[in-house]
Design a protein around this ligand. Sequence first.
Ligand code: ADP
Ligand code: MG
Length: 321
Amino acid sequence: MTEQEIITRYFSRHSADAGVEIGIGDDGAVVRPPKSSRLVITSDTLNEGVHFAPGCKPGDLGYKVLAVNLSDLAAMGAAPLWASLNLSLADAEHVWLEGFSQGLFQLADRYGVRLIGGDVVRGPLSVSLYMVGFLEPDLMLTRSGARPGDFIYVSGTIGDAAMGVKLRDGIQHRKMAKADHEYFTLRLNRPEPKVNLGQEIVSCASAAIDISDGLLSDLHQILLMSEVGAQIELDQIPLSKAMRRQLKTDKDWHVVLTGGDDYELMFTVCPEHQDAIEMISEKTACPTRCIGRITQGKGIELSRSGQSFSLPDKLGFDHFS
Ligand code: ADP
Ligand code: MG
């Protein structure tokens, strides 16, 4: 297969539309942003052996490279528009490319994302996606807007994907039901980016981040950028039934507190906007839960059933630490 064949056969699915004057096929794409909007740009890379294991299903990989970028846009409160895909492949295999592009377009079609370009090269397996979304005038979510007294919310359930990583890597030895094993693996491989939730809370949340490196480590980013502290009540952190079955000791909590890959949203809300969050949760069918409060102090205080709970040594994942 030539480069050109790979592009036309697996990736040139979208015809031109109002926003895309020139899509795949020329030296560059030509696009038209919605009137008076601001653009939000994000990119993320997944490397074999670092972000995914050799033998990862191509459909899961295609899905995930888009999901993690959609999650970044959601954390900015942006609506997704366009994506550009950089692929580094050891070989051009039909079964792999077919599965990969199906996983990618399955999620792209759900949110109206248009693939407008990219690159294909030979090399170690690596997939990278560049995304553009837009914000309505005067609205955006950042990490820097949290204020003392704000409530801290998270969406969904926390820690499931990190348990999926432990299972994948063979470092979770406690017995578990097959259905729980499958559930954790699905949460790792097919995270649901909170695209609609992000676009709704943009009008009432003070700060937001997506949970990619771990609950505490991502909370720490909000605290640094907002120059505030936080109190978190462990009993309020939403957990799946499968995760509850795994939590036996204090140490088991570390997977919930520091595990990455959930792609849930964490956001802060001033007391006046709490009712709005409840309505948004219902409207978007996306459960959210208040897990603590922003404080004037520095750092994170954890408590569980009224007792203080020690912070883990490492707050989350870091490629270079
Ligand atoms: P050039 O040699 O000018 O970089 P290419 O031959 O690499 O152009 O790409 C031709 C067209 O195909 C471009 O529009 C490019 O954006 C698009 N393209 C290349 N690879 C991909 C890909 N993996 N997915 C989507 N579009 C791609
Ligand atoms: Mg060119």
